[in-house]
Design a protein around this ligand. Structure first.
Ligand code: ATP
Length: 299
């Protein structure tokens, strides 16, 4: 029995190693694929942000994943230094595409995106990605420890820095309550985290990276209202002193934004503050009334 057990156990280790390598290869191809989408100009310099946080501008941006199907049409807006602009609109209207373009996953095909006045196609993509932190809708956690997953935001971060970031993202108490604390393995083969917990790990990761620009792609999955409020508070503290773009699925998230953009079919169809848009009585106002009616019916 013992003789049989050892080789099988060994095979299990090899199997896990191969699976991990495949997962890593997957990630590598994904990255390589993205790399093919954008290439730095020869001699491109790094983005310079002399006075963070910087202003972000989308100027007449046009974009299509497939040339036969334009996605963004002449999109222009400015996020003043340190302010938050929120984007709302139906599924498929192009909200996440704005985030991908700002992170330079793809280059715009018309118009430009400027960070601190510099066209992001003219500077290195590494420097753009270094300046932008994304808290995505669906955070992918590595099959590793919680510590590794948070420290990924800033390789070489000390344990104290990881704990500080986790505290700020309000995930520390949860981590602390697990038997192995920060050494707990998460991901497919470890502790399963809820959507809200994963998003908090992503916030901690981003806080540690401490980028001057923040993109928050709100999870579409419904959260209970206590969790929703908690995430919104974390978002508010994470956005402190940063120039932020928030892709919102719940209108309660956007009430405080400097400007709200309402998108439909790749165009900005309304823009203004929450109060201005309500007073306008257009699409945003009907979305707001509808959401409140649904919440009232549920409560
Ligand atoms: P949601 O609220 O559902 O997240 P969204 O407003 O963020 O939607 P986007 O993800 O920006 O919408 O997508 C805009 C359009 O671009 C959609 O029609 C989508 O099908 C298309 N699209 C998104 N990603 C790709 C891609 N990688 N290749 C081709 N088309 C894409």
């Amino acid at each position: 029995m013992i003789q049989l057990y050892i080789p099988l156990n060994f095979l299990g280790v090899i199997y896990r190693e191969i699976k991990q390598s495949l997962a890593d290869l997957d990630r590598m191809f994904l990255l390589m694929d993205k790399e093919r989408e954008v290439a730095d100009r020869p001699g491109a310099l790094a983005l310079q942000i002399s006075n963070p946080p910087p202003e972000v501008r989308f100027e007449n941006v046009q974009f299509a994943y497939d040339p036969a199907r334009p996605i963004l049409h002449d999109v222009s807006f400015t996020i003043p230094a340190g302010k938050t602009v929120a984007v709302v609109g139906p599924s498929g209207s192009g909200k996440s595409t704005l985030a991908r373009l700002l992170f330079r996953f793809y280059d715009v095909q018309g118009g430009q995106i400027r960070i601190a006045g510099q066209d992001i196609r003219e500077v290195t993509q590494t420097s753009v990605r270094g300046a932008v932190g994304i808290v995505p809708q669906d955070t992918v956690l590595f099959n590793d420890t919680v510590e590794y997953n948070i420290a990924y935001g800033q390789p070489g971060a000390s344990h104290a820095q990881v704990v500080a970031a986790a505290k700020a993202a309000r995930i520390h108490d949860f981590i602390h309550s697990t038997p192995q604390g920060y050494a707990t393995r998460v991901g497919e083969r470890g502790l399963k985290l809820s959507g809200g917990e994963k998003q908090r790990v992503a916030i901690a990761r981003t806080l540690l990276k401490n980028p001057p620009i923040l993109i928050f792609d709100e999870a579409t999955s419904a959260l209970d209202s206590a969790n929703e409020r908690a995430i919104q508070n974390e978002l508010r503290s994470a956005a402190q002193g940063k120039t932020s773009l928030v892709i919102a699925h719940r209108l309660s998230t956007v009430v405080d934004a400097h400007e709200i953009l309402v998108m439909d079919s790749g165009r900005i169809i309304e823009r203004g503050t929450h109060e201005e848009l309500l007073a306008e009585g257009g699409r945003y106002a009907s979305m707001w009334n509808l959401q409140n009616a649904v919440e009232d019916a549920e409560s």
